[in-house]
Design a binder for this molecule. Structure first.
Ligand code: FCB
Length: 417
């Protein structure tokens, strides 16, 4: 039996990227961090990954894997990449603007880079791809990291000024602004585990930074709305489906606590300063008198459990905010493309189900359009609808991208029962 799942009229379909992961040629706190830690990351890979992963992805032992360098050269090849997105039936695209390019020196905005991103926006418009623009997807300009990054007393003000500048110059081109990508993940890895810049391991700083980011979002929201009242402004939040296994009292209490802090705290604080919720979802975390007791029946190349129902549950958790929801990221690392088509379809069934259950989901952006630089993991995880040959920079559309294209074009999904 086949059933056609029809998505709402005007649903936005596409994929997402972020500047540092695809552009190439960036100089920011992250590129500095890469240079300092590449050798160490390569050396430690054997402790981090299972033997099947080490065998399949020997690049992880090469320090060059951890240097973003020219990445996919999307900075120069965006036209070609948007042609591909268009040919794949997309009608929306998420990307980020690189702060260190726009404001390479404190308070000095680079007109050439502004002109570059204007061309990027025009290239999207020409192809009828609705832009979702992320203002900050993690790397900081060097001048700001030298002052202490988000710990610097003026950090919130600097961010507000940068966001206001973008709103002023692109107010006619951009309808959807994402101020901050995954504040929770950024603060966690940068300030507790120390795996990411600035490499700190201090819980007090972690709480401080989360609160700074809350404030930074609110200020940026107000600044953008003052300049472009019609704009839609929100964040992209990394929410996790915490499941209380067997529904026991202890598991339920643990779930309540982590839902409160991880999934809802930031959104509650900004609830009067958001026009939509952007959801990034990858993870399921089964709680069974402890965390991460997942079954892991299917996993991605990175070992993340492929559990599509997590998307349904995280979407349901956003209903209470009473604003439209866009899936801003969901996807998997799958170098041989053996699971991607199945996973995309399974995710979209969950989006459909959430819509039917009253969540106003209006778009889905797969992570990612292109293979790219996966932060401290480097280049070996392959998230792209489009494969990149990092030697030649040749683009190759993966078969799963064509299956996704059918869905985008028809605004519907055929469900086999
Ligand atoms: C998200 C990030 C994105 C990418 C995916 C795999 O947490 O926002 O940049 O790294 O994970």
């Amino acid at each position: 039996m086949e059933k056609i799942l029809q998505f709402p009229k005007g649903f936005l379909w596409g994929a997402a990227t972020s500047a540092h992961q695809v552009e190439g040629g960036n100089t920011n706190d992250w590129s500095e961090w890469e240079k300092k830690h590449a050798e160490r990351f390569a050396g430690e890979a054997k402790n981090h990954w299972e033997s099947w992963q080490q065998e399949r992805f020997p690049e992880m032992f090469d320090p060059a894997n951890y240097i973003s360098g020219h990445a996919t050269d999307h900075y120069n090849r965006y036209e070609e990449d948007f042609d591909i997105a268009k040919s794949l039936g997309h009608n929306a695209h998420r990307f980020s603007i690189e702060w260190s390019r726009i404001e390479p020196e404190e308070g000095k905005f680079d007109e050439k880079e502004i002109a570059h991103y204007r061309q990027v926006l025009q290239a999207l418009k020409k192809r009828s791809l609705e832009p979702f623009v992320t203002i900050w997807h993690w790397p900081l300009p060097l001048w700001l990291s030298e002052k202490g990054g988000w710990e610097a007393p003026g950090a919130t003000m600097y961010f507000e000024r940068y966001a206001a500048k973008l709103a002023a110059v692109f107010k006619d081109e951009v309808r959807f602004w994402i101020t901050i990508n995954e504040s929770q993940i950024y603060a966690l890895h940068g300030y507790t585990t120390g795996e990411w810049p600035p490499g700190k391991t201090n819980v007090f700083l972690y709480f401080l930074i989360v609160h700074k980011l809350i404030n930074a979002h609110k200020k940026a929201y107000q600044a953008i709305k003052a300049i472009a009242p019609e704009a839609n402004v929100g964040i992209a939040t990394h929410n996790i489906y915490f499941e209380a296994h067997k529904n026991t009292f202890i598991n339920r209490m643990l779930k309540k606590a982590v839902d409160w802090w991880w999934n809802d705290y930031f959104l509650n604080k900004i609830s009067r300063h958001q026009d939509f919720v952007g959801l990034n979802n990858y993870l399921h975390n089964r709680i069974d008198y402890g965390f991460n007791k997942n079954e892991n029946m299917k996993v991605s190349d990175m070992g993340w459990e492929l559990y599509p129902e997590a998307l349904f549950h995280t979407l349901m958790g956003l209903k209470k905010y009473k604003v439209p929801v866009y899936v801003m990221e969901s996807g998997l690392a799958d170098a041989d493309d053996s699971r991607r088509e199945w996973f995309i379809k399974a995710l979209l069934e969950q989006v459909y189900r959430a819509n039917k259950s009253g969540v106003d989901v209006r778009g889905f952006l797969y992570w990612s359009l292109l293979d790219n630089f996966e932060w401290d993991k480097g280049f070996w995880p392959r998230f792209g609808l489009v494969a990149i040959d990092y030697e030649t920079l040749e683009r190759k559309i993966r078969p799963s991208a064509r299956a996704y294209a059918e869905i985008c074009r028809s605004n519907s999904l055929i469900q086999k029962e």
